[in-house]
Each structure stands twice: as C-alpha cells, then as structure tokens.
Design a protein around this ligand. Structure first.
Ligand code: NAP
Length: 304
C-alpha cells in the first residue's frame, strides 16, 4: 500500500536524534499539532519529550512504522546510514510512500547514496540541513536548505513550517548539503573574524560589551557577533554548536572543494585553529571557544 502524506497539520512524524537541535524541533512539531514519535538513546531526553506530548518507541523502525514522515537530526553520515539502513533502521519499518527528512549535516555524496537506497524501497529522501543554531531550533526559525525531489519537498511543507521560517529548494539530492557547506564556510570564517576582533579589543583595553554594541550596529555585524560575541565576552563556552561538529563540517567542505578544485584558504586556517581548540580538550565546547585558541596565540593567558 502506498501511503499518501496529509499536507495539513496532524501528520504522524518520527523524530530520531534528540540532541541540541533535534529535541527542540520535536517540540515545535508537537506545538504545530503533529503526532510525534521519538526514538532516542538517552532516557532523560526521551522522557522530557514524552512529558511534552510525544510517544516514544524503542527503534528507528518503530518510529517509521505508520509514519507519514521521519525527521532525523544526527551527528554525521555514518549515524544517518545506521539509523536509516541498519538493523531495526527506518527502512525496516517503512511503508512505501514514507518521507525521510534528514536535517543532519552530512556529505552531499552520502545524501545522494541514501536517497538512492530509500528510492529503491519506495521511500522519498530529502537532504534538509538547517542553519540558525540552537536558538533558531527553539524558536522554529531555522533556514532549511533542501535537496531532492520537488514533489517530496512540497509534501514536507507542514514539517518545515513547524521547524523553520525559510525553506529553499536547492535542487537534486545532495544540493541541500552542498548549500549547507557553503553556509559553514561563511559561518566559520566569520566566527574567526569575530574572535580575532574581540581578542584585539581585549588586549587594547576596550570595553568588550561596548565594542559588540558599536561594531554590531555597523557593517561588521553578523549572527556570530550578535549571538556568540556576548558568550565570548562572558567566557561562556557551553554548546550551542560543538567544536567537533564544526570540524566535521569543515572537513566536508574542504573535501568537497578539493574535488571541485576550489581553494578555501581561510576555511583551512580556521579548521586548523579549531584543531588547536580540540588539542586543548575543547571538542565538546561551543564553537565560540575558538576565542580561547586566539587568546593562547596572543599570549595573554587570560580566561576572559
Ligand atoms: N547545534 C547546532 O547549532 C547545529 C546547527 C545546524 C546544524 N547542526 C547539525 O545537526 C546535527 C545534530 O547536531 P546537534 O548539535 O543536535 O548534535 P547533538 O546534540 O550531539 O545531537 C545528536 C543526537 O543524535 C543522537 N544519535 C546519534 N546516533 C544515534 C543513533 N544511532 N540512534 C539514535 N540517536 C542517535 C545523539 O544521541 P546520544 O546523545 O545518545 O549520542 C544525540 O542526541 C549535526 O549534523 C550538526 O552538524 C547543528
């Protein structure tokens, strides 16, 4: 039997990956009136979503069974592969016509391969990586960059409406992920510029809050300055967006660019700076911890 997706609110949506981004997306799907079925590995995270109105199941296959759509938000490509095509994976529980919406950031090639595996089972797969950070996930204002079949993208509209405010269909499978890599190149190099500027400000004896207010009102404003500048100023290194995930994204961007013969010199330097953060034990810190590596280079030893 071919399932027909209901385009109104009230879809049955499986959500797998209940971390910093996936959990608030599940909450926003519940708020939008969808029946949300979650699968997660940490009981506390699952319990919090049950309290918010979700149903919990033990496997990805069970999250897919009877669902109109399954949304995944997992760290990297191998995790998405395991959840979709592994034992007790989504495809094991899927009926033809299921829509898989992968909001993780993974390699474009992996997205294309997964789309083909899903298509062979009669399942539509969209690569739909997101930008806007934890705040955007909580507010339901993410930017969603979609690759895959246009009709599948249209069917996903009720899900996208719950999690995001901008949805852009970028083309065939993998093109959503390629767009997200562009986003990461711009975001990471901008963050490095913010961290460098604030390091200079600290060494020049400027009031960092006044710098953020002044510079943030001019041509140097950015999401990174507005959201991560105050955290750098406070020495708040909690994630947000973990350094190890940023490094994964920069590796993917550098690899994709290398295949295309495109140099990304600034991105390569920022990747190395994040390697210094990781060498200092900072893999699970937020990306704003890049400022710590710059402080070390500046020789201040300050714990700003
Ligand atoms: N954080 C951001 O600002 C941001 C913004 C845009 C895009 N992204 C992307 O979104 C994705 C998720 O990021 P995040 O920050 O939400 O990471 P996260 O907090 O680490 O969440 C990932 C979740 O996936 C779960 N998971 C991993 N493998 C699983 C499996 N086999 N079965 C079930 N659950 C599994 C993890 O469970 P455990 O806790 O049990 O390991 C964790 O809850 C990444 O691809 C990231 O690059 C993140």
């Amino acid at each position: 039997m071919v399932r027909v997706c209901d385009n109104r609110a009230g879809m049955r949506v499986g959500v797998i990956g209940l971390g910093i981004m996936g959990a608030p997306m599940a909450r926003n799907l519940l708020r939008a009136g969808h029946h949300v079925v979650v699968h997660g590995r940490r009981p506390a995270r699952v319990e919090a979503l049950i309290q918010a109105g979700a149903e919990a199941v033990a496997t990805p296959a069970a999250a897919a069974a009877g669902a109109d759509a399954v949304l995944t938000c997992l760290p990297d490509g191998p995790d998405v592969e395991q959840v979709l095509v592994g034992p007790d994976g989504v495809l094991a529980g899927a009926a033809p016509g299921l829509l898989v919406i992968d909001t993780s950031t993974i390699a474009p090639d992996t997205a294309r391969a997964l789309a083909a595996r899903c298509a062979a089972a009669g399942v539509a797969f969209l690569d739909a990586p997101v930008s806007g950070g934890e705040q955007g996930a909580i507010a339901g204002t993410l930017s969603v960059m979609v690759g895959g079949d246009a009709a599948a993208c249209a069917r996903a509209a009720p899900v996208f409406a719950a999690i995001g405010s901008t949805v852009t269909h970028m083309g065939a499978s993998g093109q959503g992920q390629m767009t997200k890599l562009v986003n990461q190149v711009i975001g990471a190099t901008t963050l490095a510029a913010v961290a460098e500027g604030l390091t200079l400000a600290a060494h020049a004896g400027l009031d960092p809050a006044a710098v953020i207010a002044a510079v943030g009102s001019g041509a140097a404003t950015s999401w990174q300055l507005a959201n991560l500048g105050p955290r750098i100023q406070r020495g708040d290194w909690a994630p947000g967006f973990m350094v190890r995930l940023q490094q994964k994204d920069l590796r993917l961007a550098l690899a994709a660019a290398a295949r295309l013969g495109v140099p990304l010199p600034a991105t390569a330097v920022v990747h190395q700076l994040f390697t210094a953060v990781e060498a200092g034990g900072g893999s699970d810190l937020g990306t704003q911890a890049l400022a710590r590596a710059l402080e070390t280079l500046a020789g201040s030893g300050a714990d700003s």
